[in-house]
Design a protein around this ligand. Structure first.
Ligand code: 5RP
Length: 231
């Protein structure tokens, strides 16, 4: 029997992939939901439903998937805009602000997603929150030599920082850029715009996972009476 959560993620990915049109430059996000969008974009290319598209990957993972599904890739040096970006999120608030970075890819994701004329977020309903920070910590990418002062500065901002460890805690998670990730619990984020700026002002921080005022559309997958659907 098929797993309804998997089917729901596939449906959300498919709905996002349907919004890609021929000739578009497409930002390809990271994560398990976006992976289905990448797969379905590849399917549509193969079937000839769309043509002449190029992808800009937000991570090594997205790059590998795009190659696997036959999506031609480009870099930001070769283009002057992105038409649409499709990406997942770890939290979405009612103002469509996000916390991202569960996959440690938020730095490149922010570059690509913020550049896009249209940014489509693909999530399941469990990611919808009244206030950012209620279920997820804020991921912060930090250059390794600055880890101690950055942790102290994050505490001074009212957060509880924790170095992200990898599988079996054998060592820290290392990003595609060769940096470390600190996950910061904030009891309250009254002003996401201000928090995003304050964290990024700490010397040694490369980027944080608070995304503000950048999302156009949120596609939400849900399961009702055992049936997956997208709204
Ligand atoms: C990676 C991300 C992902 O988009 C986010 O973690 C959501 O992933 P998933 O769709 O697997 O829940 O921000 O850095």
């Amino acid at each position: 029997m098929s797993d309804p959560v998997k089917v729901m993620k596939q449906e959300v990915g498919k709905a996002a992939a349907q919004r890609v049109e021929s000739g578009m430059i497409v930002g390809l996000g990271t994560g398990s939901t976006t992976a289905y969008a990448i797969e379905f974009i590849g399917d549509r290319l193969k079937k000839g439903e769309i043509s002449n598209i190029v992808g800009v990957p937000t991570s090594f993972q997205a790059e590998v998937l795009a190659k696997q599904y036959g999506i031609p890739l480009t870099t930001l040096d070769a283009i002057d805009h992105i038409d649409v970006a499709i990406d997942g999120a770890d939290e979405v608030d009612p103002q469509k602000n996000l916390i991202k970075g569960g996959g440690a890819a938020h730095t490149r994701e922010k570059v690509v997603d913020y550049l896009a004329k249209t940014f489509i977020v693909v999530v399941d309903e469990g990611k919808l929150v009244d206030k950012l920070g209620s279920t997820f910590k804020v991921p912060v990418e930090v250059i390794p030599m600055a880890i101690s002062p950055v942790m102290r500065a994050l505490e001074a901002l009212g957060g509880q920082p924790e170095l992200r460890m990898g599988i079996k805690k054998a060592g820290p998670v290392v990003t595609d850029q060769g940096n470390l990730v600190v996950d910061v619990k904030f009891n309250d984020i009254p002003n996401p715009v201000e928090l995003e700026q304050k964290i990024n002002n700490i010397p040694g921080v490369l980027e944080n996972g608070v995304f503000v005022n950048c999302v156009n559309t949120v596609l939400v997958g849900e399961i009702k009476d055992g049936q997956p659907s997208v709204r």
